[in-house]
Design a protein around this ligand. Structure first.
Ligand SMILES: Cc1cc2nc3c(=O)[nH]c(=O)nc-3n(C[C@H](O)[C@H](O)[C@H](O)COP(=O)(O)OP(=O)(O)OC[C@H]3O[C@@H](n4cnc5c(N)ncnc54)[C@H](O)[C@@H]3O)c2cc1C
Length: 442
């Protein structure tokens, strides 16, 4: 029997490698959710999902049931005097900004896409370009409502162990009904930025160390096609909020669209062109200091809707690791060398330093160090073998991989990176599960 859960034979995540049959419920009102949640059981576990911007299988429950939370997007309360917002978990960061920005507030931190729900932001304890200054999204969460499959509804706050399991808890501790968080004040919707070029990745580390002392936002684009003396050449962008501008939010619609799946033969050219256009946009702002609206700076890829289709029918993997400070420089060089030698990397990778902020969640991904993220078009075993080589470098360096981006790591790799996973198990709702969790906990 399906009831409110309807079959979807090809539900997929952002990377589109895994397409699996699911049964999906799409509640329109908050009071419908409790009955859907209690329909899940340890024998037939379910999962809540958001805008499916996670790349692998942490937001999929193949052959099982999911609750699509995205229609539950109401703002329950917002106090423009304090910046505290309480909203249903399906509200997107993009929608939240439409209300926050005109009132002089911004998200405390934001991932590189605004098409992410509050529930997804909490479940992956997402980070942004200001991690060294503000920590993760979870650091600003003041309260959550979690619905468990035993029928209980738990309102939780910092200090409660269930709260710290739920922040970064991959949707496994309960279905998040609403999220309350504290926004951060902004003087305008504009940023004052500047760029620093580096001709090899070793130089990134010194420049980043200097920039993060005076800039709230920092990140670098790295050219993965270069090797030898230009290995890891790139541009480090830094920015602070501009003090005197106006407070208009972004346009909700992306500027460009990828209407159909890119045919196989066009893949490389199209992919490179799309990314190069992003790079061009970035570059065109970059003759010395520049001023920019937050949208192209914080969300450059959101300008092209469905850019994930550019990788074609087989989809792509994203690989994101973090290495601790002691091994970050050598480890990053080794990773980039291995990627350049394989010829499989996307044209651009992102490098960013995380700060020493203590993690809020038991499974929060960020830790002090340097994070590298890039895409690999899915070329089957060739790509999997490359990522297995990268895994060995990350393990050796004492680093870990981001579950939000992953669809294939081994249980051993996950457990080595997240030693608190054993403590976390005590807070899992036995009626919830995901493809990712079944793989890494087996
Ligand atoms: C272009 C792009 C750039 C990105 N940049 C960054 C970045 O800079 N930093 C970063 O941290 N991440 C980044 N991400 C990843 C993204 O922020 C996370 O994957 C985020 O969790 C996606 O949210 P979502 O709403 O799409 O949730 P989904 O991907 O659908 O789900 C993610 C997780 O949240 C859980 N979940 C969703 N809703 C609920 C709910 N109501 N209750 C309980 N669990 C729930 C799901 O079970 C799943 O475990 C990026 C993604 C893209 C596509």
């Amino acid at each position: 029997m399906t009831g409110p859960f309807h079959p979807d034979s090809t539900l997929t995540s952002w990377g589109r490698v895994i397409r699996a049959p699911h049964r999906v419920a799409r509640p329109r009102f908050g009071d419908e959710v409790a009955d859907l949640v209690t329909a899940f059981s340890p024998e037939q576990p379910g999962l809540a999902i958001g805008l499916r911007r996670s790349y692998g299988d942490s937001n999929l429950n193949p052959d099982g049931r999911v609750i699509d939370m995205t229609a539950l997007d109401r703002i329950i309360a917002f106090d423009p005097a304090t910046g505290v917002m309480r909203a249903e978990a399906g509200l997107s960061l993009s929608q939240a900004l439409q209300v926050l920005v005109p009132a002089g507030w911004f998200l405390p931190t934001t991932p590189g896409s605004r098409f992410v729900t509050l529930g997804g932001a909490v479940a992956n304890d997402v980070h942004g370009k200001n991690h060294h200054a503000a920590g993760t999204f979870g650091a600003s969460v003041t309260r959550l409502m979690v619905l468990r499959t035993d029928g209980s509804a738990r309102e939780i706050a910092p200090g409660d162990p269930l709260f710290h399991a739920t922040i970064g808890g991959l949707g496994l501790t309960g279905v998040i009904a609403w999220v309350e968080f504290r926004a951060t004040p902004i003087p305008s919707a504009y940023l004052d930025g500047e760029d620093a070029e580096f001709t090899r990745v070793e130089d990134y580390f010194d420049i980043a160390a200097e920039k993060k002392t005076s800039f709230e936002h920092t990140m670098a684009w790295v050219d993965c096609s270069k090797s030898g003396s230009q290995l890891g050449r790139g541009i480090l962008s830094s920015a602070n909020w501009y003090a005197h501008g106006t407070l208009e939010p972004h346009r909700e619609q992306p500027r460009r669209k990828v209407p159909v799946e890119a045919p196989g033969f066009a893949l490389n050219a199209l992919t490179v062109r799309a990314f190069n256009s992003v790079r061009h946009e970035l570059k065109s702002m970059r003759t010395g200091p520049y001023r920019t609206h937050y949208e192209p700076f914080l969300y450059p890829l959101d300008g092209i809707a469905n850019w994930n289709r550019l990788y074609g029918a087989k989809g792509f993997y994203q690989y994101q690791c973090v290495l601790p400070p002691a091994t970050a420089r050598d480890g990053t060089v080794e990773l980039l060398r291995t990627i350049a030698a394989s010829g499989q990397g996307s044209p651009l990778a992102v490098l960013k330093d995380f700060g020493a902020n203590p993690p809020v969640g038991m499974l929060s991904f960020p830790m002090e160090g340097t994070t590298l993220a890039l895409d690999f078009r899915n070329q089957g075993s060739r790509t999997l073998d490359l990522m297995a080589d990268l895994d060995r470098i990350v393990l050796q360096a004492g680093g870990r991989l981001y579950p939000a981006k992953d669809g294939r790591i081994s249980a051993q790799m996950f457990r080595a990176g997240f030693p608190k996973w054993q403590d976390f198990r005590a807070y899992i709702d036995p009626g919830l599960s995901s493809g990712f969790w079944r793989r890494v906990s087996a």
